[in-house]
Design a protein around this ligand. Structure first.
Ligand code: AMP
Length: 476
């Protein structure tokens, strides 16, 4: 999972890219990078760590230019190596190219092998370099970016929202199933494409619309053009964006994430009512759900766990012991709110079970009598191959357990996960237009070693446009 942004702005782009990446920081904390085009060549800077740590005022001043791309990385493919930090930059003939990608390709090995057999070399272990290779090869023969993007869409299987800068022109495209979010906005002197609408908001810009699945957007000083490259028979928007990944204030494919989570909280009460003294969230990921639960149940919402906001992610710590210790530092229970009380504890998801088990232990130590756990996602049963960092089945606590076994393992008084039907209804799309792979083990694409749901796979009928015509995009 990553965050991407592309900006054209007559007044310079580096500061705006920086703030946009800041707004997308939750999508990746491992590394950050910005490339700009100064009129003759690329200016670039990237490094490991958070946006605020990677870029200094002097670095941003040096990133001159009126077009640029940025990336925050949360690794799903390619290990944590400096060469894997994006944007990836290339010089080809007289052209300067910079590429940033959010998503995960599932047929990388085949394509890479084919290119290597043809004598091509790779300098990273990311799937993003494959995208760049396909694009550059086609641009060098046909000279058409539209044809190159169409070739990408024909060859690549998986999820991809991609922003490319070629000599100061920004191109953005989204896979035909629209798996990862991607949107377009207007800023004072130019345009922006970004993973989430919150990046547009951060710049005081105007959200224009989501980039359509299979669409290519071209932006430069003259405006925005769009070309529909491919059309699929359905979408497969990632359901986990709504559950956990996106910021609650983001609007993705027309749906405000906060409202989805709050509605699920209400449904959690309807599906599994319980009497309790207070509703408490696991901050911040459980808060919108807990507010919905409290509203519907009329049980007061009382913060009983305080979050240390300066602590990094516990989820990505390498060992179980480290993750357990980190939870204690990140969240502190308030004994005065817990002693002898019955609590409804609300979180977005249980993955390995480490977080919930540790939190319940801490709350009991602080005096809580009963802890009724309510979860905003159905049980997570299978890994994600399409861009969310989800562990293997072996590590997923619910992959081989029924809810009662998970309850016992995390030591909750009671446990309820929202039903898939209620979740889908809260989002508002048809179930077929969502990727529910992590919840059902049925993926919208064929994935090696996994049983695809034949009904869904057959349903994905991607048509490629034979005459590629560009139109002025709606920009008001
Ligand atoms: P766990 O201890 O593995 O059960 O972690 C579950 C917690 O991690 C939940 O509270 C979520 O808020 C958070 N979480 C869920 N999925 C992810 C993910 N893919 N990356 C980072 N954090 C996650």
């Amino acid at each position: 999972m990553c965050g991407i942004v592309g900006i054209v702005d007559a007044g310079g782009v580096s500061i705006q890219l920086y703030y946009a990446l800041y707004a997308l920081q939750h999508r990746g904390q491992e590394s950050a990078g910005i490339s700009t085009f100064d009129g003759t060549s690329l200016r670039k800077f990237k490094g490991q760590g958070l946006v605020a740590d990677v870029f200094s005022p002097a670095v941003l001043k040096d990133l001159k230019g009126t077009a640029g791309v940025g990336h925050v990385r949360y690794p799903t493919t390619g290990s944590n190596l400096p060469e894997n930090i994006q944007p990836l930059n290339f010089q080809f003939q007289e052209h300067f190219i910079s590429v940033a990608h959010n998503g995960n390709l599932v047929n990388t090995c085949d394509i890479r092998r084919e290119y290597e057999q043809a004598g091509q070399i790779f300098t990273t272990t990311t799937d993003t370099e494959i995208i760049a290779k396909i694009l550059i090869q086609e641009i060098s023969t046909s000279g058409s970016v539209e044809d190159a993007v169409q070739l990408c869409m024909k060859r690549m299987q998986g999820s991809y929202s991609v922003v490319i800068m070629i000599d100061g022109v920004i191109y953005a495209f989204r896979d035909p199933l629209g798996i990862k979010p991607f949107c377009l906005g207007k800023i004072e002197h130019g345009y922006i494409v970004a993973s989430e609408s919150v990046a547009i908001d951060a710049l005081g810009g105007k959200f224009l619309r989501d980039i359509r699945p299979g669409e290519l957007i071209r932006m430069d000083g003259d405006g925005v053009k769009c070309t529909q490259i491919a059309v699929a028979g359905r979408c497969a928007h990632c359901i986990f964006e709504y559950i956990y990944f996106a910021r609650a204030d983001a609007v993705i494919d027309g749906v405000l994430v906060y409202d989805v989570r709050r509605t699920i909280g209400q449904k959690l009460h309807e599906e599994a009512p319980v009497s309790a003294d207070s509703v408490c969230s696991v901050p911040d990921s459980g808060t919108a759900y807990a507010i919905g639960y409290a509203e519907r149940s009329r049980i007061p919402f009382v913060e009983s766990l305080m979050k240390n906001r300066y602590m990094g992610r516990t989820f990505i710590m390498p060992t179980q012991k480290e993750r357990e210790r980190a939870v204690r530092i990140k969240l502190n229970p308030i004994p005065a709110h817990l002693k002898d009380k019955s609590i409804v504890l609300v979180d977005d998801s249980i993955v390995r079970g480490t977080t919930s088990k540790r939190i319940i232990e801490m709350m009991r130590d602080a005096g809580a009598q009963e802890i009724h756990m309510r979860i905003g996602s159905p049980a997570i049963k299978a890994p994600c191959y399409l861009g969310v960092d989800m562990p293997t089945r072996k590590e997923l606590i619910a992959s081989d357990k029924i809810e009662e076994e998970v309850r016992r393992s995390i030591t909750a008084t009671s446990l309820h996960h929202i039903s898939l039907d209620a979740l889908v209804k809260a989002i508002g799309f048809d179930r077929e237009d969502l990727c529910t792979g992590c919840l059902t083990g049925c993926y919208p694409l064929l994935i090696d070693g996994e049983t695809a749901n034949p009904r869904l796979v057959n349903f994905v009928d991607v048509t490629f446009q034979s005459r590629l015509e560009s139109f002025e995009a709606e920009t008001t």
